[in-house]
Design a protein. Structure first.
Length: 549
């Protein structure tokens, strides 16, 4: 349901309220000084009836007081069995009345339809007394207000609600004049407010458009960045071997000045080993002779112990070290040759190379790198192998580090674009009201001191009371801004607020109340809810200036 539109008419409201009381007092004093006769009442009824009922209706049946011309037909009499005029209750046609029971000041129908012109029936909001208000706008007044001595000019400017007391003269011409002036000023205000609203709508549309454009640009950039990332990853993958070779190459470049030295050190180490091995072989031969020719019957414990230990030594003897070293040495020799052919850097001898260091380096690290380099080297075509530009031939545009850095930075960029996109998408999907109007005032704040507190209200942001958070904007619903999740109230809930929007040309905080502890209700004047008013809406907001009657 669309909520009723409110209009910023505080000045007129105040003026009107201050005068209601004096009119009532006047009406009461008049009632004391005049006595009613039934003939006067009948006279009054007939006057009202003749005003209410158009001539055509009057021809068919007597006009019924309190009933509008369009509903008079509902009160057409029917003819009963013995020819008398009868009538049926409107909501319950099974109840048949004699026609003169209508408006006889006695309630016969449960819906009160037999007493449209009296207050005999209980109040029924569906059934009200019709005032013709000629020269102004017809009105419908509650039946219990009839003939109570009070002129209800706001509904019956013609005074017909007091048709029996006759206390209220017809004020329709003056009241209508006031209404016309009010309508003019309202329409002027509305026109101005609507112009401002139109500008806001245009701003809102422009903001939406700009957000949509930015979003599209971001999406395009994202697609490009993703494609670029794909391409880079693919290129990296395709060049993986070369790039790994490059890693090996850089290791090789560092090692190559030392390889020849390493190679000759290994060679001399191997020679030393060979000498030691031939000495050991000689000793083994001697001991072997002892094992073959000693006399086991001769009980010499030292000989027996030596023979058994030598036999144990022979059965556990290892031969691998020599093989490993000679394998390493082969690799190094190839590398040494290669380093001479491709290295342009001057040969740089290391200062000291300890035999033990060489051995551990050879066994733990160099063998690995050397084999890697060699494997790479042997995979190249023969002519390329001979070329000094061996590693340059398929060299990719970037190094592995550069690839990794670029991929990492692209991935970061993509993540940040994606999060920006989701912020824009979320914002564009938000309900900012018809034509996105709230978008135009989203960043605006309205400040005002009301009572003891200073308030600051951001349309789509938050409300604060002396810096204390009343709530953050949650939604725009039924012409209301809803704020929730404010600062917790002492011994109570988190603060929250509903902001009722009232049409007016400028943003302005009008009132604040606290219907429940820490649940606030604000009234905010703003053009964003302005609409063209119908005459009924203007009339509903119209208040009579009784001073001018
Ligand atoms: C402060 C204000 C009031 C609120 C009380 C609750 O004084 O925020 O509006 O009612 O706290 O303790």
């Amino acid at each position: 349901m669309i909520p009723p539109l409110k209009l910023w008419t505080a000045a007129i409201v105040l003026l009107a309220n201050s005068n209601i009381l004096s009119v009532k007092v006047n009406a009461e004093s008049q009632s004391e000084s005049s006595s009613e006769s039934s003939s006067e009442a009948v006279q009054a009824v007939s006057e009202v009836v003749s005003e209410v009922v158009p001539e055509t209706a009057a021809e068919s049946h007597p006009a019924i007081i309190g009933v509008s011309p369009e509903d008079q037909d509902l009160y057409k009499p029917a003819t009963g069995l013995n020819g008398q005029k009868i009538w049926r209750c409107l909501s319950d046609p099974s109840i048949v009345l004699s026609y003169d029971q209508i408006n006889d000041d006695y309630c016969d129908c449960p819906d009160g339809s037999d007493e449209p012109g009296t207050n005999a029936c209980p109040y029924n909001p569906e059934r009200k007394f019709y005032c013709r208000n000629e020269g102004h706008i017809p009105g419908h007044i509650e039946n219990y207000k009839l003939n109570d001595g009070v002129c209800d000019y706001d509904i019956c400017c013609d005074g017909s609600d007091e048709y029996i007391t006759g206390k209220c003269e017809n004020k329709c011409p003056q009241i209508h004049q006031q209404f016309e002036e009010y309508k003019k000023s309202v329409n002027k205000d509305i026109e101005k407010s609507l112009q401002i609203k139109q500008q806001l709508i245009e701003e809102a549309q422009a903001k939406r458009k700009s957000s949509e454009d930015t979003l599209n640009e971001l999406k395009e950039t994202l697609a490009k960045k993703k494609a670029e990332l794909e391409r880079l990853k693919k290129e990296f993958e395709e060049n993986k071997d070369v790039l790994e070779g490059e890693v090996a190459e850089s290791v090789f470049d560092e090692l190559s000045p030392h390889i020849e030295e390493l190679s000759s050190s290994v060679r001399s180490y191997e020679k030393k080993l060979e000498t030691q091995e031939s000495k050991i072989l000689h000793l083994e031969k001697i001991l072997n002779g002892l094992v073959q020719h000693y006399n086991p019957n001769f009980n010499d414990a030292a000989v027996k112990d030596s023979v058994s230990k030598f036999q144990e030594y022979i059965s556990n003897k290892e031969v691998e070290v020599g093989e490993e070293l000679s394998e390493t040495h082969k690799v190094l020799e190839v590398l040494a040759k290669k380093s001479k052919s491709i290295s342009c850097t001057p040969y740089d001898r290391p200062d000291v190379i300890e035999p033990q260091t060489i051995k551990s380096l050879l066994q733990q690290r160099f063998t690995f790198y050397a084999q890697l380099i060699l494997a790479n080297f042997l995979q190249k075509p023969a002519d390329a192998r001979e070329s000094s530009a061996l590693f340059e031939e398929k060299k990719p545009a970037k190094s592995a580090t550069e690839y990794n850095e670029e991929i990492e930075s692209l991935e970061k960029e993509i993540k940040s674009i994606e999060s920006e996109i989701s912020i824009y998408e979320e914002d564009l999907a938000k309900d900012y009201g018809a034509k996105d109007i709230l978008r135009a005032v989203a960043s605006k704040r309205v400040n005002g001191k009301i009572g003891e507190y200073s308030y600051s209200l951001g349309f789509t942001d938050s409300i604060s009371q002396d810096g204390v958070l009343i709530g953050s904007f949650v939604e725009f619903k039924d012409n209301k801004l809803i704020y929730k999740h404010g600062a917790k109230c002492w011994n109570g809930p988190s603060r929250s607020a509903d902001v009722e929007l009232i049409c007016g040309p400028q943003n302005k905080l009008l009132t604040v109340s606290e219907p429940e502890k820490c649940e606030y209700l604000f009234e905010l004047i703003t053009p964003i809810v302005c609409e063209n008013f119908t005459e009924e809406e203007i009339l509903a907001n119209f208040k009579i200036d009784y001073n001018r009657l």
